[in-house]
Design a protein around this ligand. Structure first.
Ligand SMILES: Cc1cc2nc3c(=O)[nH]c(=O)nc-3n(C[C@H](O)[C@H](O)[C@H](O)COP(=O)(O)OP(=O)(O)OC[C@H]3O[C@@H](n4cnc5c(N)ncnc54)[C@H](O)[C@@H]3O)c2cc1C
Length: 277
């Protein structure tokens, strides 16, 4: 028998949830042990801002492991021309961090635009990625930057994927995102254009190992990474990049033609601004 809360007529609230085991480990080893030992796959709790929405969508956890006390996941450091950003770094911390601002000021600025002030102090980069909602922005930014996501499984194995693979990778509930590795060598630069969001958002990264890359996304479509050849000049480079946009890249609100036209215009302007024109 369903309760009214489960019928879909009203959103289930915390009062309608069965109780479940809840762990708050204080370091990474303890967190991995808690995830491994939970009899049923546990829900990982980071800042909880997306989980609030998931509860309203019907999430009923069998168990939960909170990462809020795991300080190893809250750090940002530099390792050989790469920023290593812990999965528990919040939007507020990351966007104001001295290392992020020094090595990728454009990324710090763009990251600081995500969500409102109240949410930014709780919402983490790991939660933003692992919620796997295309309208969230960090996967778009990090895909353009050529970032790698590093995970640990509760059996002790480690693995990594590209940001683009986030959407197709087989990530079970016992896969813990540890950190994000972002190339930020000499000359690395990041620009972001969200004035048309959610119709179209563009991230442009250049000067890193991967050359210049643009990532585009809409409210409905996963980020698509396009190679950019700045040496062609802003007009031709923007046209050339969007030639690789597949015909299937359109959504219920916006046609392929419009996304290509407006995308080229925005990218051209970003390239011109980058060159100081
Ligand atoms: C009012 C509001 C406005 C917003 N505006 C924006 C915006 O403008 N731009 C934008 O990009 N986003 C926006 N967001 C989304 C927000 O950025 C995300 O909700 C937030 O980043 C999720 O992080 P969290 O720490 O709260 O994750 P949680 O809610 O704790 O977790 C989210 C999901 O990720 C999983 N998870 C979390 N951490 C890990 C980990 N380390 N390993 C494995 N799985 C993990 C959880 O199990 C859960 O499934 C907004 C949200 C709100 C509520």
């Amino acid at each position: 028998m369903q309760t009214i809360a489960h019928s879909g007529l009203i959103a289930p609230s915390s009062r309608s949830h069965e109780s479940f085991p809840f762990w708050r480990p204080t370091d990474l080893d303890e967190a991995l042990t808690a995830i491994a030992n939970a009899p049923l796959a546990p829900v990982i709790f980071a800042g909880g801002t997306d989980l609030c929405a998931q509860f309203n969508e019907g999430l009923t956890p069998a168990a939960m492991v909170s990462l809020d006390r795991v300080v190893e996941l809250k750090t940002i450091r530099i390792e050989a021309d790469r920023l290593v950003i812990g999965s528990m770094v919040t939007h507020a911390q990351g966007s104001t961090d001295e290392l992020v601002r020094r090595h990728l000021p454009g990324f710090a600025k763009a990251w600081g635009m995500a969500a409102n002030a109240r949410v930014r102090f709780w919402a983490t980069v790991g939660g933003n990625l692992m919620a796997r909602r295309v309208r969230y922005e960090l996967s778009l930014m990090l895909a353009a930057l050529g970032a790698t996501l590093r995970f640990a499984r509760s059996d002790g194995t480690r693995f990594e994927i590209t940001t683009e693979e986030l959407w197709t990778a087989d990530l079970d509930q016992r896969s813990l995102l540890l950190d994000i590795v972002v190339p930020c060598g000499e000359g690395a630069r990041f620009d972001y254009e969200r004035s048309l969001r959610p119709t179209l958002t563009i991230a442009l990264a250049s000067g890193s190992d991967a050359g210049a890359m643009a990532a585009i996304a809409t409210e409905w479509l996963r980020p698509l990474v396009l190679r950019v050849r700045p040496e062609l000049g802003p007009v031709r480079a923007a046209e050339d990049a969007f030639e690789a946009m597949p015909p299937s890249f359109s959504d219920p609100a916006t046609s392929h033609w419009y996304l290509r036209e407006v995308g080229q215009t925005l990218l051209r302007r970003m390239l011109e601004a980058r060159d100081g024109r």
